[in-house]
Design a protein around this ligand. Structure first.
Ligand code: FMN
Length: 189
């Protein structure tokens, strides 16, 4: 079995609270982003872009999440607010994959959005191949326009996912996988 097959067969997501430094930095982070941008992309539109959260800037982002969470949930306890604040501070590197799908004469929005999903998964696999671990998450704030505006998204852009990347602090056991017979059929008789 090739290394790629082993990785694909054994990989599983590691939640951010089980990720710590180091994460990809400098040239290695640039390489990972370039790998993630090498996905099928009908029409060569590059209907996605990246916003990297790392270092101290994660705390600024975390503050935005906490503030908007408090606005939306005035009854929330301080513990709940702190829980929300920490979401973007666990992993050393978090990449927001921004979908900028736009109406196009030939390329449906759906295909542009699928391409953004391919970016997220390629980035995750690339991170594992570099020896890191991670997870692809959205959380509520991926759908909160106030947070997205503070993060620098335009009104017609959306988050396909935050890819949290770092070094795992604990082994993660696998989860149930689909029964293949339930999801595979063969066309024809
Ligand atoms: C678009 C997208 C968004 C997701 N958002 C979340 C999320 O907000 N919270 C969460 O616990 N899991 C979320 N997940 C699920 C995790 O990424 C992952 O599938 C799960 O932890 C099991 O991962 P594994 O099958 O890679 O081990 C999301 C998955 C996708 C594809």
């Amino acid at each position: 079995m090739t290394d790629t097959l082993s990785l694909l067969k054994l990989r599983r997501s590691v939640p951010p609270q089980f990720l710590t430094a180091p994460g990809p930095e400098g040239a290695q982070l640039d390489e990972l982003l370039a790998i993630a941008a090498r996905v099928p992309d009908h029409g060569k539109l590059a209907p996605w872009r990246f916003i990297v959260f790392k270092g101290e800037a994660r705390n600024e982002a975390a503050e935005v999440v906490a503030r908007v969470f408090r606005e939306r949930n005035p009854q929330a306890s301080e513990d709940q607010v702190e829980f929300e604040r920490k979401r973007l501070t666990h992993a050393p590197v978090i990449v927001a994959v921004v979908s900028r799908a736009r109406e196009h004469a030939k390329i449906p929005l759906w295909e542009q959005e699928l391409s953004a999903g391919a970016v997220c998964m390629t980035m995750l696999i690339g991170a594992y191949a570099m020896g890191y671990a991670g997870s692809w998450l959205t959380n509520w704030f991926s759908f909160d326009r106030e947070v997205l505006t503070e993060f620098g998204l335009d009104a017609d852009e959306r988050v396909a996912g935050f890819v949290h990347i770092g070094t795992p602090t604990a082994p993660i056991s696998d989860r149930d996988r689909p029964v293949m017979a339930d999801i595979v059929s063969y066309f024809g008789s």
